[in-house]
Design a protein around this ligand. Structure first.
Ligand SMILES: C[S@@+](CC[C@H](N)C(=O)[O-])C[C@H]1O[C@@H](n2cnc3c(N)ncnc32)[C@H](O)[C@@H]1O
Length: 266
């Protein structure tokens, strides 16, 4: 592929801090109800010490800081220096928050440092998912809880006319993240890392606008990328992309999928 046809991978968005912050804020708005459910699953109390692995710009870190209060501690870790540089402190009655640069697969904390460790939409991106899950279990205290959630990128189902074309493009497109099927592997990774009481919950995600779907899946970029990379004939990829735009403009867009939430205790 030459420079003229090179495709900007959606993952490149993390290199532009402004674009990434807008993207994460939009996703957080779309996922507000799902995030509330996740919060309810966390065994967090006033005074808890909590780690958010892959915290981005820290939306969840701040929410947790308010929940654990001034006697608690909340740490957000991310591999992007630009993103954690956007991290802001919690409110006056919140726990002190710290933002730490680091790798999910090599957490810079002693064994048993935290009461609760959470990680949302991160393991799909990491180089070694098994190491990331094992590290989260290592840094939680005995009796503590780890929660990991990711979308399963093999489960996104858009309502589009051409089933064969949709199947081909979506199967190819699911590989735009490094670990597209890691969500369905999480239970195995928890068990192998020695977690107890491993539980799996599904959160359905129903997306009725292209903006919402883009915030979680970048599907708006799929047709152009499929065309540029010759995945399907150019004209057909374009028609497929136009159908998405038309359905969105006419209020007929629908795409759904699922987040897999896995919890385990140490
Ligand atoms: C989709 S965002 C999710 C951010 C945040 N958890 C949220 O729910 O808003 C993925 C985040 O994972 C971070 N990330 C990717 N690979 C990582 C790694 N190997 N170690 C730590 N963080 C990583 C990215 O920098 C980004 O902030």
């Amino acid at each position: 592929m030459n420079a003229a046809t090179a495709v900007v991978k959606p993952a490149d968005i993390w290199r532009d801090a402004d674009a990434a912050k807008d993207f994460l804020d939009q996703a957080a708005a779309e996922l507000a109800a799902a995030k509330e459910q996740l919060d309810a699953m966390l065994r967090v109390r006033p005074g808890s010490h909590v780690l958010d692995v892959g915290c981005g710009t820290g939306n969840d870190v701040r929410a947790l800081a308010a929940r654990v209060g001034p006697s608690g501690r909340v740490v957000g870790l991310d591999s992007s220096e630009q993103l954690i540089a956007r991290g802001e402190p919690g409110g006056p009655d919140a726990a002190p928050v710290e933002f730490v640069l680091g790798e999910a697969g090599d957490l810079p904390f002693e064994d048993g440092t935290f009461d609760v460790v959470r990680s949302e939409r991160v393991v799909q991106h990491v180089p070694d998912p098994a190491a990331a899950v094992a590290e989260m279990l290592r840094v939680v205290r005995p009796g503590g809880q780890v929660l990991v959630t990711d979308p399963d990128h093999g489960m996104w189902a858009p309502d589009l006319d051409d089933r064969e074309l949709t199947r081909r493009i979506m199967t190819w497109w699911s590989d735009h993240v490094p670990n597209p099927w890691v969500a369905r592997r999480l239970r195995d990774l928890f068990v192998r890392a020695g977690a107890r009481d491993v539980a799996v919950t599904l959160q359905p995600v129903v997306l009725t606008s292209l903006a919402a779907a883009d915030a979680l899946t970048w599907i708006g970029k799929a047709a152009g990328a499929a065309e540029a990379q010759g995945v399907v004939p150019a004209g057909r990829a374009r028609e497929w992309g136009q159908e998405i735009l038309r359905r969105d403009a006419e209020g007929r867009f629908l795409m759904f999928g699922a987040f897999v939430v896995v919890t385990g205790n140490k």
